[in-house]
Design a protein around this ligand. Structure first.
Ligand code: C5P
Length: 399
């Protein structure tokens, strides 16, 4: 699965370092080559001898190693890999990475690399939940660093909560995903997400309550299966995922143009809450109250229906998925919408306020396809995204 892939594995100082040995074994088993870097802390937990024996290559430990500098400087070392993996990633390593420090071999490699970095954090619960660590994690995610774990569970220190390093098997899967070796490898998927803002005048606009959470989770899940994702996003409240091509769009018209420009694609998932109407007589100057007390009269014009256009257009992706947010007659409305728009699937959401779905972290969807309506149990939006992405991969594989 990882044949000829080159992994630079940085082993930080934590009791979870023993799992890094198992990770090396699994990586070798999957056909990858592993260049191990052992931090000073890491060497307190596992020996260079065991790491080197499993990886069957020299273990790098010092920044100012004269042999290393003569043979291959630390800059080359950081670039000769396809992916950098830090496991376990301690609070200290995350802090150094977030701050851009380079005071030992591991932090210098992480700063010098031009490759993607995947970290598997492992630390005490309090250290993980500390605002300083969480700040660093947010910063690193914004920088495009990929994370696997930590898991929730019992820890070596006796406390329970988030902080356990992900199991080697999960790290291996995340490495495959980071390298784009999943079932959607070579596929291009367009995802629209978030609300649109339709201007009334230069300072006012019409919008909706979409957060972009489900579309963002979907783009990340598709990326994790190896797809090349073009993420066309309205002004959402959640940040876009790393590792996808982000195309920001303000209005429905911008979004329609961005989707068209991103074609061709193998699949398209239209999760954006696109405004059906725009203000036809939007003012180029800020509207003012005047003495007459007369309210302005807005006129509306219909926006392009991106989903319908795409489904019925000449460059139709093989699989087109639409979303439907409904408060009444969910299945009947979604089924009618599927036929009207000409898409393959409709992911129907019950957005009655009492469900707490709009803006919440859970979702309960019904997948409407040619096969009928399939209600899914309520689950986190991330899980909905993973399952939908897997279904999309299946559908494309079936041809
Ligand atoms: O018609 P309605 O807005 O309920 O349909 C929802 C689906 O259609 C969503 O997938 C949405 O992204 C898409 N849509 C669109 N362009 C519009 C309106 C909706 O792509 N103008």
């Amino acid at each position: 699965m990882l044949a000829n892939r080159r992994i630079l594995l940085i082993i930080g100082g934590g009791i979870a370092a023993y799992k890094a040995l198992d990770l090396i074994r699994r990586l070798k088993g999957a056909g990858a080559s592993v260049t191990p870097v052992l931090t000073k802390g890491g060497a307190e937990f596992v020996t260079a001898l065991s790491v080197g024996a499993l990886a069957r290559v020299k273990v790098h430990q010092d920044l100012f190693d004269l042999t290393d500098e003569a043979e291959m400087g630390h800059i080359q070392l950081s670039r000769a890999a396809d992916l950098l993996v830090v496991a376990p990633a301690t609070a200290d390593i995350l802090a150094k990475m977030a701050g851009g420090r380079a005071d030992d071999l591991a932090s210098t490699l992480l700063l010098a690399t031009d490759k993607r970095v995947l970290v598997a954090p492992a630390m005490n619960v309090r250290m993980w939940t500390h605002p300083a660590t969480q700040r660093n994690v947010e910063r690193l995610k914004a920088d495009g660093v990929l994370f696997v774990g930590p898991e929730v569970g019992e820890m070596a220190c006796g406390e329970t909560g988030p902080g356990r390093m992900a199991e080697p098997e999960a790290i291996l899967a995340a490495i495959g995903a980071s390298l784009g070796d999943g079932p959607l490898k070579g596929r291009h998927v367009i995802v629209t997400s978030g609300p649109t803002h339709e201007p009334i005048d230069p300072v006012r606009y019409i919008a909706n309550r979409s957060s972009g959470a489900q579309g963002t989770a979907l783009a990340a899940a598709l990326r994790d299966l190896g797809a090349r994702v073009t993420f066309v996003t309205g002004p959402a409240t959640v940040p876009p995922p790393a590792g996808v091509t982000v195309v920001p769009a303000q209005t429905a018209a911008h979004m329609a143009a961005a989707v068209e420009a991103a074609l061709p694609a193998d699949a398209a998932v239209m999760a954006a809450a696109v405004a059906d109407w725009r203000v036809a007589n939007a003012s180029t100057r800020k509207m003012k109250k005047d003495a007459s007390g007369k309210a302005p009269e807005l006129q509306f014009a219909e926006n392009p229906d991106i989903l319908a256009r795409l489904s019925q257009g000449p460059e139709r992706p093989k699989l087109v998925v639409g979303f439907a947010a409904e408060t009444d007659d969910l299945v009947a409305n979604a089924t009618a919408k599927r036929a009207r728009k000409g898409c393959d699937w409709i992911v129907a959401n019950d957005v009655r306020p009492e469900t707490g779905i709009m803006g919440g972290s859970d979702n309960a969807i019904t997948l409407v396809s040619a096969m009928g309506a399939e209600p899914w149990p309520r689950m986190p939006k991330d899980e909905v995204a993973r399952r939908l992405a897997a279904r999309i991969a299946d559908a494309l594989a079936k041809g």
